[in-house]
Design a binder for this molecule. Structure first.
Ligand code: SF4
Length: 311
């Protein structure tokens, strides 16, 4: 029998005003939708029901490509991307992504993928081909990639890093304690290792990671995650509010206020990240072009300070 207390606890929290989204389906938005359908491409913006789609597509005319199909071999409890047995590999996908990047005239392209645990190479070859195709067609565009943990196969990671993306982004998603509950097929330490090894393979390529909050973590656990990322040489961090995409997904335990996000951002900067973006609607790829520039400026500033100190 359900008690009154349990019913109250299970009721979803009311969404605060600062999470209200302004809808915008202007010609940029509809144009991008048309382009993605014509090119037979997927975006994480649509598949993961990202709350920023109206801003990114309509106002900034940017999107995050999701390659290797639209069906993921994992079923993380926070993610709205479809789960199942993926389709066959589409070997022409890298060229179509590169064509779209050129058509959209993107200065910074972000490419993520579903987890392909069914493939021996984890999808790393197609990832690398996508980077190379974008370089050929848009030589001045920077490329940020967000691979899965590739099952911890570091030969696959090498295939990807040999193609030299401008940023390697891999999301830690949640704190250590909650990882088995939130993303059962992933491992907290494996994600940290992927980030560390990426830097070892290509020391000049910045690494980045994102944390969702609101899943029941404590502030101490968030700070511990920052320390773990820094201990593995991660340069850029983003922190955003978890939002439950459908009723089947894990519930929100807490809505952080913009002030709390600002406090977390400051703590992250004190930990030595070259850039941290934190806010209720911040996502890994949100304003990604600005994050890259801000991180580069900070690295330059720190380099100059170091140089001055030596003189
Ligand atoms: S934040 Fe990223 S995933 Fe969300 S709409 Fe913008 S580009 Fe797409």
């Amino acid at each position: 029998m359900t008690t009154k207390r349990e019913t109250k606890r299970e009721r979803p929290l009311r969404k605060p005003d600062w999470l209200k989204i302004k809808l915008n389906t202007n010609e940029n938005y509809t144009g991008l939708k048309k382009l993605m359908r014509e090119q037979n491409l997927h975006t994480v913006c649509e598949e993961a029901k990202c709350p920023n789609i109206h801003e990114c597509w309509a106002e900034r005319r940017t999107a995050t490509f999701m390659i290797l199909g639209a069906v993921c071999t994992r079923a993380c409890r926070f993610c709205a991307v479809k789960t199942g047995l993926p389709n066959e590999l589409d070997r022409a996908e890298p060229e179509r992504v590169a064509d779209s990047v050129a058509l959209m005239n993107l200065k910074h392209a972000v490419v993520t993928a579903v987890a392909r645990d069914d493939l021996k190479d984890g999808g790393s070859f197609i990832f690398a081909e996508t980077i190379r195709a974008i370089r050929r067609k848009s030589p001045f565009t920077t490329v940020e990639v967000l691979p899965s943990d590739m099952g911890g196969d570091y030969d696959n990671l090498k295939t990807l890093m040999d193609a030299r993306p401008d940023i390697l982004n891999h999301n830690i998603e949640t704190v250590r304690r909650l990882t088995p509950r939130v993303r059962a097929r992933a491992q907290y330490d494996r994600s940290l290792e992927l980030l560390r090894r990426s830097k070892e393979l290509q020391p000049d390529i910045p690494t980045k990671s994102s944390l969702m909050v609101g899943l029941g973590e404590t502030k101490e656990e968030i700070i511990e995650t920052m320390d773990d990322l820094r201990a593995n040489d991660v340069d850029i961090m983003t922190i955003g509010q978890y939002l439950q995409p459908t009723r089947k997904h894990i519930k929100v335990q807490k809505y952080y206020t913009p002030e709390e996000f600002e406090e977390l951002r400051q703590i992250a900067m004190e930990k030595g990240f070259s850039h941290c973006e934190a806010g209720p609607l911040v996502r890994s790829s949100y304003h990604a072009d600005e994050q890259v520039n801000a991180a580069a400026r900070e690295r330059q500033r720190l380099g100059e300070e170091e140089l001055q100190a030596k003189q």
